[in-house]
Design a protein around this ligand. Sequence first.
Ligand SMILES: [Zn+2]
Length: 393
Amino acid sequence: MKQLFLWITLFLSFSCSFHSQERRDSFDPTSPANTLPASVTLASPDTLRLLFVGDLMQHQGQINAARTVDGYDYSPCFAYVKEAIRQADFAIANLEVTLGGKPYRGYPMFSAPDEYLTAIQEAGFNVLLTANNHCLDRGRKGLERTLRLIDSLHIPAAGTYLNIEDRCARYPLLLEKKGFRIALLNYTYGTNGIPVPSPTLVNLIDTTVIAQDIEKARLLNPDVLLACMHWGVEYQSLPDKQQQILTHWLFAKGVDHIIGAHPHVVQPIEVRTDSLTLQKRLVAYSLGNFISNMSDRRTDGGLMLQMDFVKSRAENEKKGAQLTKCNYQLVWTDRPIHSKKKNYQILPINFPPDSLTTNSRNLLNIFKKDTRELFSRKNKGIKEQFFFKKIGK
Ligand SMILES: [Zn+2]
């Protein structure tokens, strides 16, 4: 497959707004951190690229750090990863907060400023998942407001609905581009014990309902059928029995690939090859946190998963699109308490270490070592890749 290589130097020009003297960002254009040379591999024109990340969290520390004199600015959070996100045809993330309006709050009942959503879109995410255990943190009004806001930015979303008519009209989510048709399903194990208020709907994991949805998805004649699952046990690095049973069931029902989130730590990725059809099927049990204020070991990072699809052209080939390439890049969140910068920043794992504080460098290395150790034992059929290749220091 043809690959185009585009060398991109990121000249970051975000303006810093100051919350307080001690949290000030010092922007030094000569610092390697501010001119990170990078390469991004583009997908060829007949290839559809999907990119997935895990949980977009929003704790109180993040709200405080993003506050400016007249609002909130989250753009620095995504400055070093947005080039890779934007290269995807569809960049898909789990929005694990409500946009429930003021008062803005972090854990345990999340309501993020609206600027968080605009920054997420600006970073390149163009599909959002909303079925998660925090979607009802602000009740019915919060769920509705979140959906209205997402819709006002024309971002396709799956997982929660205003009512049954809304769900019938928008689910399963069909994504179309470059002649590809991708059907996407999204479910959560629960809503933190909050009953789903009528008439809103949250896609809960229920195999009877999922089986019906898969049938409905088939009628859309998709090239690829994806299931995005909010599942698993928090802080567990391995999938539990239920995740494994559900994976087996979803594949048996005809789902092509499964992407998971929720445990706040990464879990292994397996690419299985069907012995008869040679079709590849990927399950990523948990992508970890994409951004958060979590500090416990293994919760301060996550991964960006990239999947390239090419349509079958030959007569004798199975219809649909084949997964021709997949890889992942580890990312780690540098928090102001360590970086001494104003805002949180998601960093590619190969970020120039000498541009980090000693604390940040040590923590990034711990996350990298833990994850590589786990993945070297448990991953199957997939390799780590640097979406950003350093060409200088
Ligand atoms: Zn969750």
